[in-house]
Structure formats: C-alpha cells, structure tokens
Design a protein around this ligand. Structure first.
Ligand SMILES: Cc1cc2nc3c(=O)[nH]c(=O)nc-3n(C[C@H](O)[C@H](O)[C@H](O)COP(=O)(O)O)c2cc1C
Length: 325
C-alpha cells in the first residue's frame, strides 16, 4: 500500500467512517439532518456545539444518533468556553472531537481518555507543529480560500504540503475552496488523506441554511467573496470569508470604517430563533431566521463560484469521495 493510500485508510479507521469526506462544522447551518445524511452516505458528519448549552449538546447528538449509525464529529471553537459542552459530548459517546481557533492541549488528554479521535484544524505550519506536539490524531490544513472563519493567510496549495510534512505521518485533510471531485483529486495528489468541506454542504438539501442564503451561494460569481473581520457581533477580532452582500458593499463605500463607526451599526435587521439580529452579527441565517437575510453574514469559500446547484448531501459525499473509490 502506498503512503497516500495508508493515510486515507488510517483516517477512516481513526474517524470510523467509510469515505474520507468530512462535512465540516458549519455553525447552526448544519443541524442533525445534514450530519446524519453525510454519515449515512459513508462520510463523517459534524455538529458545531460551541454555542449550545450541555442539554442542547445532548439533544442535538441524540437526534443525529436516532437517524444514523455513523460516527459523529463534535466541534468546538476554542475562542469560547467549551468545557461543559465537551463533557456532555464525550458522555454521549461521540467518536470524533475537533478543535478550531486556539490551543487544544488542555482538552486532548480528556478526549483521548474517552476513546475519541482528536482532529485539530490549523491555518499555518507553526500551528500544525503545535497540534503534533499535543498529539492530535488528525490535522486539517485550512487554506485561506475557506468559507466561515479563516485561521491563516496561506492558500491551500501552498499550505498543504508543509502541513503534511509537519504532521509526521498523521493523516492530513485539506480544507478551503473544495467543492468537486476535481478539487478532491488535486489535494489527493499532494498527499491529503481526505477533504474537510463546508460551503458545498451549505448548498445541500439537508442544510439548515436559510433558502435565500443557499440561493446566494448558488448564484455567486467570480470574486464573490471577501475576507474581513466585518461580521464581528458575538465573535470579535476574527477573520471570516463571506459573500459580498449589501452590508459589505455599504461598508466598503464608506471607506471600511472601524467598529463603532460603521453604517447602520446597532440596527436590528432580523430575528433568529427569537433573538434580534443586529447588522454585523456573526450568526449566519438559518431556516429559523427572518428579516433582511441578504444583508447578514453569508459565509462562503472561494469555491462558491463553482457551485451551481443545491444537491442532496449523499450526492455531494459521493462526488467528493470519487478519487478514493
Ligand atoms: C457557514 C459556516 C460556518 C462555519 N462554522 C464553523 C464552526 O462552527 N466551527 C469550525 O471549526 N469551523 C467552522 N467553519 C469553517 C469550516 O469548518 C471549514 O473550515 C470551511 O468551511 C472549509 O472551507 P470551504 O467552506 O471552502 O469548504 C464554518 C464555515 C462555514 C461556511
């Protein structure tokens, strides 16, 4: 078996899935239906659990379990307190835990003791080295093309080979701008064990994204996304990639002013699950959101320009897994 084939087999064994395709954590846009559809298709489904309380974590994971027999990736963003949610996820027996945006060291022993596989998402080679030192099982190299919050500045093609070298034999998944079999084939050739994909799953039938958000991803053309810190309500000082929408355009026309001096700051532009949503809030619009959906944080990677349709999650998994099947 080649080293590349071994890395893929190793990932699938560690993460307990059949195909090396991960539906990346995509906030509230991925609910239990998407995670279980991906798992049922042989991939690894993820649930972003940072912003739920412990009973909410348990309820969400039980809902995935009720409709799927596959493994679940419980995701935590370390810019926020996650201890109670992580404990709840481990008690529910998740097979995989992934960490983003911070130092995972203090959590990893606990996760491994519970028997789960640890994935750490990195945006630089230094971060990859730290993940290896802290004994992560799998590393995700997130290129600057990625949708949502973006950890580093380096494009995937440049970052991936260096992270694979730093990973010292651990499987590395490629993330950022991957939407098709051709994209997956390209990263496979470089040595990626599999793919970690967000935006392509935003435009899936099972995603909990607001229908207008899904339509905006499908309609995105060239240069449709921007990397900024604009949608900072609830998560300040963090870079994210979103579609260029009316909020972005008005802010750019005003000369990109700093927080406190931005057009329409504080204005309520919608409601999500009963919570009023101010302009520049970091929550993406879901099926529970109403109001000026077009003006909200429409997270999307550069690959959005090549997404032309809303597909079932199973079809997306099969297409992305094609190079490995
Ligand atoms: C709508 C959306 C929400 C996201 N939320 C999270 C999150 O909660 N936790 C996380 O680790 N990454 C999050 N990300 C980043 C993804 O996990 C992943 O790195 C990224 O989507 C990969 O790039 P792609 O969108 O081009 O496929 C989010 C991405 C999107 C598009």
């Amino acid at each position: 078996m080649t080293d590349k084939a071994f890395a893929t087999q190793n990932f699938c064994t560690l993460a307990r899935c059949r195909l090396p395709v991960v539906q990346a954590p995509i906030g509230g846009v991925a609910g239990p239906s998407l995670a279980s559809a991906v798992a049922n298709a042989g991939g690894l489904g993820s649930m972003a659990l940072t912003w739920r309380d412990a009973p909410g974590v348990r309820a969400a994971l039980r809902e995935v379990r009720a409709t799927s027999t596959g493994a679940i990736n419980a995701n935590f963003v370390l810019d926020f307190p996650v201890d109670a949610q992580l404990d709840a996820a481990l008690e529910e027996g998740v097979e995989v835990v992934s960490f983003f945006w911070g130092d995972a060291r203090s959590h990893i022993t606990r996760v491994k003791r519970a028997g789960a596989c640890v994935i750490v998402v990195v945006g630089s080679v230094d971060e990859a080295r730290r993940a290896v030192e802290s004994e992560a099982d799998v590393i995700v190299a997130q290129g600057a093309e990625a949708g949502g919050h973006v950890r580093g500045d380096t494009p995937l093609a440049e970052l991936l080979p260096w992270v694979i070298m730093a990973a010292d034999g651990r499987p590395v998944l490629a993330a950022g701008g991957i939407v098709s079999s051709e994209d997956a084939e390209r990263v496979k050739q470089v040595g990626a064990a599999g793919v970690w994909v967000g935006t392509r799953f935003v435009a899936s039938a099972e995603a909990n994204a607001h229908p207008s958000y899904k339509a905006a991803v499908v309609a995105a053309g060239r240069d449709a996304t921007i990397l900024s810190e604009l949608f900072d309500g609830g998560w300040p000082n963090a870079k994210m990639r979103t579609l260029v929408n009316s909020t972005v355009r008005v802010w750019e026309d005003a000369g990109r002013p700093q927080p406190g001096g931005r057009p329409g700051e504080g204005e309520i532009i919608g409601i999500s699950g009963g919570r009023p949503l101010p302009r520049y809030d970091s929550d993406a619009p879901t099926s529970q959101t109403s109001g000026e959906v077009e003006a909200m944080a429409l997270y999307a990677g550069t690959g959005a320009e090549r997404i032309r349709d809303i597909l079932g999650a199973g079809a997306i998994v099969s297409a992305l897994a094609a190079p490995w099947t």
